[in-house]
Write a protein that binds this ligand. Structure first.
Ligand SMILES: C[S@@+](CC[C@H](N)C(=O)[O-])C[C@H]1O[C@@H](n2cnc3c(N)ncnc32)[C@H](O)[C@@H]1O
Length: 303
């Protein structure tokens, strides 16, 4: 990292049964259609060994932040906005998987808005413990919610179980492109034919666009945290081609990033950033222009 770089937290930036539906016939096994990207497993479980430090990071963060939405992203304004955008691609009555749900903020937000049957999985037990506490305190929900410990790379759900699979910044925590491809294949497997894979993540290309704009205006470049591996849109979506059709890219955070990660640092040079300020909330709700948002929603449909 050069001295001209700043690190950006986009983690911000950075089971047992429960998902099986009785009386539903087991769908056709599609495993023979999939290339073998099975990663080597750690001795302690079904997680690839190279991902264990990242899992420990999230486990600790889950304990530290408890019930707070900031457990996954300190930018609570954009976190909330992102959930609203996602909800527009989810219909009443659907069965939804939230992969890498952390302490359940978005899972519960969606269940508040829609009468869905939604399951949140996360590989960090502390996250699921707090997700269940958040569920107990959630008040009335339109949908039903289940949280369980699980690994996105090896989901414990039958083939074709879900209408929608969501990943919000979970794929950028998978260490490398091969694991991201493996997660994409797991999403493919558990989705029903025609189901949508809703990917709200940061890509290398998005980060480059934003950094080019920042550099032109004399600002430092932003680099990912150690545990983040941004998606390479080109590589991932050309790999996805036989399995999914890329239906749409929703650039929901471009205006926000220009206003809060370009103009704001130009004009507000001191003080702690307040993500809940009127400025951030207004910026999140303005119409979109350009392609400068780190966070984008990719809508993929299972073929
Ligand atoms: C940046 S947080 C995002 C949380 C949530 N999706 C949100 O948007 O608020 C990433 C989450 O993914 C989880 N995660 C990362 N890799 C995972 C995996 N292989 N299986 C399940 N969960 C995973 C982490 O424990 C963490 O809670």
């Amino acid at each position: 990292m050069s001295s001209n770089d700043i690190q950006v937290d986009v983690s911000l930036y950075g089971s047992p049964d429960g998902g099986r539906t009785p009386n539903r016939p087991e769908p056709e096994d599609q495993s023979d259609l999939l290339p073998n990207l099975t990663p080597s497993r750690s001795a302690s479980g079904n997680l690839p060994g190279d991902l264990e430090p990242i899992r420990q990071h999230w486990e600790q963060r889950g304990r530290k932040y408890g019930l707070s939405p900031s457990v996954s992203w300190v930018d609570e304004t954009m976190l909330h906005r992102e959930g609203i955008i996602l909800a527009s691609f989810i219909s009443e009555g659907e069965r939804v998987l939230d992969a890498g749900c952390a302490n359940g903020y978005t899972t519960l937000q969606l269940a508040r808005m829609k009468a869905v049957r939604i399951t949140g999985v996360d590989y960090a037990p502390s996250m699921i413990e707090h997700a269940n506490l958040n569920l107990n305190r959630a008040g009335p929900l339109k949908g039903s919610v289940l949280f369980r410990v699980g690994n996105f790379l090896n989901l414990d759900f039958p083939t074709a179980s879900f209408d929608k699979v969501i990943t919000k910044r979970c794929m950028i925590n998978l260490g490398n492109t091969d694991h991201q491809k493996a997660a994409l294949l797991e999403a493919y497997r558990v989705l029903k034919p025609g189901g949508l894979f809703l990917i709200s993540e940061v890509s290398v290309q998005s980060a480059n666009h934003l950094n080019q704009l920042r550099q032109r205006l004399g600002l430092q470049t932003m680099t990912p945290l150690w545990h983040n591996c941004y998606l390479d849109e080109k590589e991932l979506f050309s790999f996805a081609e036989p399995y999914f059709e890329l239906k749409k890219i929703k650039r929901f955070s471009s205006t926000y990033y220009v206003l809060t990660w370009v103009l704001y640092p130009l004009f507000v040079r001191s003080g702690r950033r307040n993500y809940r300020s009127w400025y951030h909330r207004l910026s999140a709700n303005l119409p979109q222009f350009g392609d400068y948002g780190l966070q984008k929603l990719y809508i993929l449909q299972k073929r």
